[in-house]
Design a protein around this ligand. Structure first.
Ligand SMILES: Nc1ncnc2c1ncn2[C@@H]1O[C@H](COP(=O)(O)OP(=O)(O)O)[C@@H](O)[C@H]1O
Ligand SMILES: [Mg+2]
Length: 313
């Protein structure tokens, strides 16, 4: 449904996105995750045909975004990073206007406008001026205009930014409801957002894709590695001295307290056995020793902030 090939964008001498490649199937719900300045909005502006790339290609539903921008825009609902706000229009009139612009058939406009209002809970303000609405309601108007034409593809740039927790929860619920009916890309710099609504994630950092996979695959460690969670009865200052010198240990970290530890290892049974026998022989009170999954948060931090080698940007 969306194909991106070798996409690059330079702002003057600065390369904001560098050789992006990804493809999304119909119905995919994908999180575009990365710290501020990673290049998320730039990529979205290109895919939606609002900005030309410096090089590379993007297509939506088989239409090249620059050869057929009109066909592409008809199939896309886009919430830009700064939602278009026609402050002097009434909510319902504005949504009707957007539906007309998107060439929705005349006899369908009313139904689709009402559906967008209902889905985004705008019923109580549909006859008010957009300029008189709070930030949360304006953001919903932004989402309503993205879905009003019932597009095949939804591109939402940080849909929950600036909203309070209750509004964030509502937007997440809305995205859950929309899944299945649309192919969705949403960008965010907040990991939990992706975990809450997406099946797949593309992680971008400094203009480059550093990972793309399903959430469940990414939360696993690299091949052959595993992590042990260890809980002790005794408080100890440092587990290193207890289990030092055992083959296969990659790292040792303390958990919530000095009774909880996380040990990453190159997964061999002998390593686990050696760790447990050391702990037992020192009488530390081994209460729990279990394999655990690496959190997606660890992966995200490692792939973005952790690999900060200065970059080539
Ligand atoms: N119009 C512009 N002119 C110059 N630099 C820009 C422009 N827009 C974005 N940038 C830069 O490009 C990089 C990527 O920006 P952006 O795509 O907005 O990132 P994100 O949406 O991930 O926060 C940032 O370093 C930003 O400062
Ligand atoms: Mg952005």
């Amino acid at each position: 449904m969306i194909e991106v090939q070798a996409l690059c964008k330079d702002y003057g001498p600065y390369r904001a996105i560098n050789n992006l490649n990804f493809s999304l199937k119909k119905g995919d719900v994908v999180g575009f995750l990365g710290p501020n300045g990673a290049g998320k909005s730039t990529t979205m502006k290109i895919i939606t045909g609002f900005m030309a790339p410096t090089s590379g290609k993007a297509s939506v539903a088989g239409f090249d975004v620059f050869e057929n921008p009109i066909e592409v825009k008809k199939r896309i609902g886009y919430l830009p990073e700064t939602p278009p706000v026609y402050t002097d229009m009434f909510v319902k009139d504005y949504l009707t206007y957007v539906a007309e612009l998107k060439e929705v058939k005349k006899d369908k406009i009313k139904t689709l406008v009402d559906r967008a209002i209902e889905k985004t809970n705008l019923g109580s303000v549909q006859n008010r001026l957009i300029g008189h609405l709070s930030k949360g309601f304006r953001q919903r108007v932004g989402i309503a205009q993205a879905i009003v034409s019932d597009p095949e593809v939804l591109i939402l740039d940080e849909p929950t930014v600036g909203l309070d927790p209750k509004q964030v929860a509502e937007i997440r619920e809305l995205i859950q409801e929309l899944r299945g009916q649309h192919t969705i890309i949403l960008s965010t710099h907040i990991l939990s957002e992706v975990q809450a609504v997406c099946e797949k994630v593309i992680i971008i950092n400094k203009g480059k894709i550093v990972a793309q996979d399903t959430i469940s695959n990414l939360s696993k460690l690299e091949k052959g590695q595993s992590r042990l969670f260890i809980r002790l009865r005794k408080d100890i200052a440092d587990l290193h001295s207890v289990i030092s010198g055992i083959d296969g240990i990659l790292s040792i970290d303390s958990g919530a307290s000095n009774r909880e530890w996380k040990v990453d290892l190159q997964g061999q049974d002998e390593t686990i056995e050696a760790i447990s026998s050391r702990i037992v022989s020192q009488g530390l009170g081994l209460l729990e020793l279990s394999p655990t999954r690496m959190d997606l948060e660890d992966v995200f931090l490692k792939l973005t902030y952790g690999q900060d080698k200065g970059g080539e940007s």
